[in-house]
Design a protein around this ligand. Structure first.
Ligand SMILES: O=C(O)[C@H](O)[C@@H](O)[C@H](O)[C@H](O)COP(=O)(O)O
Length: 252
């Protein structure tokens, strides 16, 4: 089940963002050619957002039919809808550009905010329902098929909002969870679970910076548990790609 793991190293963060963008555009084109539409799960984080900016700046942008792309998020900060802390707000660096390229906002599925929900658990339940409804449209049960699911990684090896030795990293039997006491601010979050992430066809870990090097080495070392080292526990059904800069890959 642990399909092929690939490590691709680029010189620095800007080069990695550009390469992720090129890869994402190609993956969307390939998915649309095969199935008519493409489904992408976005991440927050420095490189994740830089990669979206690189897509927005790419001359290949116009090659894609953006009206047939579905967007979801791997995690979200549970704050006000308009907060610049929101991954969905930061993703506007791309989404607002795609509006001029046919983006169907009905296919953009952001996680809920404090404007609409009282607790992260309420937002998680609502997002689980959105996922299930979209899955039903596709003829599935609880989850849509994710062609590409992107994740950043923290220096502590967290992915999405699954933190080492936190309840979320040990959760089973749920597709989306509320997270409290996140070690990375803000403290309240919503996250996909391992079970959900690991249904994706391709999981891409986008990782840059020397502060990530020790965690990347441990996660790729093959000995860690996912509860202790969350980045070690994510994989795509068709493959897992670590898309890194040299600084993050220094100890791999
Ligand atoms: O919302 C978030 O905080 C995230 O989605 C988180 O999982 C992030 O991707 C990593 O912490 C990497 O972030 P950096 O690239 O900024 O270190």
């Amino acid at each position: 089940m642990n399909a092929k793991r690939n490590v691709v190293v680029h010189p620095d963060l800007p080069a990695t963002a550009a390469a992720v963008a090129a890869r994402l555009i190609t993956a969307v084109l390939d998915a649309q050619a095969a199935r008519g539409e493409a489904t992408v799960v976005l991440t927050g984080g420095t490189l994740g957002i830089a990669s979206l900016k690189a897509v927005a700046d790419s001359p290949a942008l116009a090659a894609v039919d953006w009206s047939r792309v579905n967007f979801y998020w791997g995690d979200e900060r549970f704050v006000a809808a308009g907060s610049p802390d929101r991954n969905a707000v930061q993703a506007e660096v791309l989404l607002s550009v795609l509006d001029d390229h046919g983006l169907d906002r009905g296919r953009v599925h952001a996680m809920g905010s404090t404007d609409e929900f009282n607790t992260p658990e309420d937002a998680a339940a609502a997002y689980a329902a959105v996922l299930a409804a979209e899955a039903a449209n596709e003829g599935g049960s609880t989850l849509p098929v994710f062609d590409v699911l992107m994740l950043g990684m923290g220096p502590d090896s967290h992915v999405a909002s699954l933190f080492p030795d936190h309840a979320g990293a040990a959760t089973t039997g749920a597709t989306v969870i509320g997270v409290h006491d996140s070690p990375k601010p803000p403290p309240l979050r919503v996250s996909l679970t391992f079970e959900t992430i690991n249904t994706a066809r391709a999981v891409w870990l986008v990782v840059a910076g020397a502060d990530k090097a020790p965690a990347a080495a441990v996660a790729l070392g093959g000995e860690a548990t996912r509860e202790r080292v969350p980045a070690s526990g994510v994989h795509g059904t068709q493959g897992t790609w670590w898309l890194m800069d040299q600084a993050a890959a220094a100890l791999v």
